[in-house]
Design a protein around this ligand. Structure first.
Ligand code: DGI
Ligand code: FE
Ligand code: FE
Length: 197
């Protein structure tokens, strides 16, 4: 194991203690899918496994715990009371500050696994997509999105972002700026790649 992490055993205990059973299973599913996507698309499999396994470590915190971490690590006040957006930022802060994870790519892929962002790294894309297409997900189009993820990672990102933006819009929720920027960025990336061929 070449990834810096001061105490892997206690990190493992941390997710076992803090995650619900189904969320723990999802984490193992994201690890497996991230390794698979890394192999298919040329990302670092060891980093993909690590980021996949721990990406949701803060997901099941109660509001009080989440808010105390947001304050402790000086994260944006906008995250207060917003578990959906806060758990990825808090998760990255905990990995860095409490478990000595120093790998920037791993930390960023956890930090942006919910919203995505512009200029995503390959690892960002692997974790963002693996989160949505891992085997324990139960939505009806899962086969379609898995197949797309195996064939074309950028396209999978785009279609997931389009779905998420549509869904949040229908529910009248605020869409994070990073999500909108990610959508434009990957749309243009696909367009430019096609024009280059
Ligand atoms: O933690 P998971 O359930 O595995 O997956 P996730 O980290 O992608 O979280 C999904 C949730 O995040 C889902 O409820 C939609 C929400 N979400 C994603 N992008 C945005 C967002 N919520 C808001 N408000 N704004 C966003 O841009
Ligand atoms: Fe998440
Ligand atoms: Fe997840």
């Amino acid at each position: 194991m070449s990834i810096n992490c001061t105490d892997r055993d206690s990190l493992e205990d941390f997710i076992k203690v803090n995650l619900k059973e189904s969320r723990y299973r999802h984490s193992l599913g994201v690890e497996d899918m991230a390794v698979k996507l890394a192999g298919l698309h040329g990302a670092d499999a060891e980093k993909a496994a690590f980021a996949g396994r721990y990406h949701d470590l803060a997901k099941n915190f109660d509001t009080e715990t989440m808010d105390s971490y947001i304050r402790k690590y000086g994260l944006s006040e906008d995250l207060i009371g917003n578990n959906a957006l806060a758990h990825s930022k808090v998760g990255a802060a905990i990995l860095e500050n409490e478990f000595g994870v120093t790998d920037r790519e791993i930390l960023d892929s956890v930090r942006y696994h919910t919203t995505a962002r512009r200029n995503m790294t390959l690892l960002d894309e692997v974790i963002f997509v693996a989160d949505v297409v891992e085997d324990n997900r139960t939505y009806s189009d899962l086969d379609y999105y898995q197949d797309l993820a195996y064939r074309d990672l950028d396209r999978a990102c785009l279609e997931i972002l389009d779905y998420t933006i549509g869904d949040l819009t229908a529910k009248g929720k605020v869409i994070d700026r990073d999500t909108l920027e990610a959508r434009d960025w990957v749309f243009n990336k696909i367009k430019e790649t096609k024009n280059g061929k």
